[in-house]
Design a protein around this ligand. Sequence first.
Ligand SMILES: Nc1ncnc2c1ncn2[C@@H]1O[C@H](COP(=O)(O)OP(=O)(O)OP(=O)(O)O)[C@@H](O)[C@H]1O
Length: 861
Amino acid sequence: MKEQQLTRVVLMDPSEDPDDILRANRSREKTFVFDMVFDSTATQEEVYVSTTKSLIEGVISGYNATIFAYGPTGTGKTYTMLGTDSEPGIYSRALEDLFKGLEATAEEMDYTVSMSYLEDQLNLLFRSKDLVQVSNQPVISYPQIYNEVIRDLLNPSSGFLDLREDSRGSIQIVGITEVSTTNAQEITQLLVRGNKRRTQEPTAANRASSRSHAVLQVTVTQRSLRKDTGIEETRIGKLFMVDLAGSERAAQTQNRGKRMKEGAHINRSLLALGNCINALSERGGSRAQFVNFRDSKLTRLLKDSLGGNSRTVMIAHISPASSSFEESQMTLIYAYRAKNIKTQVPEQTSPKEFGIKDLMRMVKCNLRNVSYHMDQYTGIIAELRGEIERLKARVENQEKEKSAAGPDLRVLQAERHQGSETPSSQAMNTLRAQLIGAFREQMEMCHSLMELENTNIELHVDTCRHLLTIADWEREKAWGARTEDMPAKEEKGQNTEEENREVDVIDSPEPHEVTVAREEINLLLAEQRRTAALKTELEQHLANAKEKASQMEEFFPRQITSEDQQEVLRLLCRAHELQLGNTELQANTLYRENLLCQKDFLIQQLQQNLLLCEEIIQQQHMLIKAQNIPVPETLARLHHLHLSELEEGVLHLLLLLHSVMSSMLRPHNTSSLDVSQHLDPNKDEIRKGLPGNTKDIPWGMKCDIPSITLESDSDSCRSSKMIPCRKKGSLETHLSPAFSGLPKSPVQQISNAKPWTPSSSNTDTACESHLHRASLFHQAKAASSTSIATKVRVPVSHHSEGTPLEVLPKSNGPASATQHSNADHIKGWVLQKQVKGPADGASSRQEPQRVTHLGSHTRSK
Ligand SMILES: Nc1ncnc2c1ncn2[C@@H]1O[C@H](COP(=O)(O)OP(=O)(O)OP(=O)(O)O)[C@@H](O)[C@H]1O
């Protein structure tokens, strides 16, 4: 790696041989430009001053700010954020500056500073020992299920905390400890203590590796009274400082067993963060996407920091060791995407004209005016006093009337109650307690089943995403092979840069994300099988519990003689039945949601396969024409039929109809879906198809291949763009058995699924895509509110195989050109989903899920 002018990182691929003449023209370097780059000699002070110091002023004025430390394990994230006693990190320095700034304004403003420190950790959803034995009910034992949980690092005894959205849409952590303080030292001490409670485990890359994301939130509230108007102003500035868990993949840390699973889950929340970053970085571009913050607790927590009202700095950490090349590349790509996130800037102004101060103005200030004037308050208070007097008088009158009427009713009631503590009422109480216990157990099981179904959906969506990543790579390879097979172009010497790159794709080793996807699929499938087994077991328990409860319902009323009490028991049972029925309906909806998601994925793959077949037919036709082979009449007729179906777009309309139906089937569908818009055959998108869709159809006809872009579709697993380059049979080859047949129940599918093995690469059948491939990155760089700093440190726990850090010759050329060429090599899939279960709130309303597939690179034909 080299560094120049402290803004560029040039990554050199250590695996490529410089003496390889076949690749002599190919650049081994990848350049990434950031706002700031630090090498291993940078001090904590320098890092703080260049990245964070300028944000503190904003927090004091009521703006939000966020600082992320991102990177693989052992690269120094915790060191940057927390530091050591002699070299304090960003936390202490930022807090010191914050208090200094606040003291300077103390004369005009009253201020309070409160802070909370939490970790977003992976933990066990159930443990056998968590289940308390109730009376003589059997104890249900569950194996461990991992889930994302939030823990208060300042008060770990408070257990796992829940996230809730308040009426203004801000995320609140229920029960978090907020410590008010007046000096930075106190906070630093609390932080050091809190950090010791953080989940740490040794990995091969770091002896004290943090296995959770730590979020320090400092809230500054300032109040001032404007003398001229008498209006009280409140400014609230929030500062988030986030030390993320390592972004490494399992192989890097040599994690096994629990650590490996943990890594996969940590990566899942980082993946969700990445998806949000991708979607946000596309905002304002031609392919604006929905940003799904609900994908993980981490992203929900950081919604404001990422999505809008915050100035955000990401400090990406990489190791200069050549052995960490892949991790470094992934980190830089991630950070580069984050850099594209833009604040909504006024349209008429050029982004270049903005300085830091202007950007700060674009972010909304959290200023609340107390809009009532003091005089109005006096009036309101007087009114309230009057109301109290009136009410007091009414109460007195009522008391007088009662005493005139006779003895106190309450006294009579108490007397009757005491007398009623007969043996029969005691028996009734016992029976009621037993019934309620049984009902409660059933409800808990129902909720656990819903949790499991939710986990199932998450796992399923994750698996789809990885399958898509692999499919994309396979298609790219097929594309490369096809280009190589095109003798005409070679003859003409038209080997453009684009084609060279395609040929490179076949030669190049499998990209990192594809390898990761293969690893993850096996993990996810194993977990799906485990979840399915658990579900079956739990369903069995629930059936037993229901049986037992219905026996109780029959038997208990016979033990009670009083009709009133019998009626109470009957009502109790009825209320419970309704409650249970409701929960079961919710669980059913979830299950159907999951099924739909699977169907959609299957349809998506079939669509791709359909287009591939289309391509094959066309090529075969060209071959028949070229060779002058006579066509039997039956075949010609069949072909005609095929063409007329395509022309009328029946298949396409059916697919659209399906997607519309699916989205309608979803309860509380939030997407504004216009059916008529979808089905209008005159609608441009449907009729026109995408660029290059018009194909020269055999037998001399021109036909539009219907577009399969279903942008407004709210289906769970929908690709916003599909590339019809799937090879014949690849559906079976690449999909897990769970997706390779017609939809079965998830439990069936999962229990049938065998461990997934990497598919052999089929490059024999290449085909041509007729859908556009949008570049993942936009060349145009608008004003970005997300500053990115990259920190390279000399590894402490790695041994460095020669440092690839070199100095670039000074170049004044535009950075964006280099970036764009790099971006061309980058591909990615983004999958977004929204899964909501009972744990997320009182309602188990399902949000629509989406899958968005980002194309890998532009391809000119
Ligand atoms: N710039 C630096 N100078 C000196 N020591 C450093 C520097 N950066 C990191 N270290 C040391 O390297 C080790 C690993 O760093 P640290 O724990 O901060 O990594 P991390 O990225 O937070 O890892 P993980 O994700 O596993 O928690 C620590 O002992 C830390 O003190």
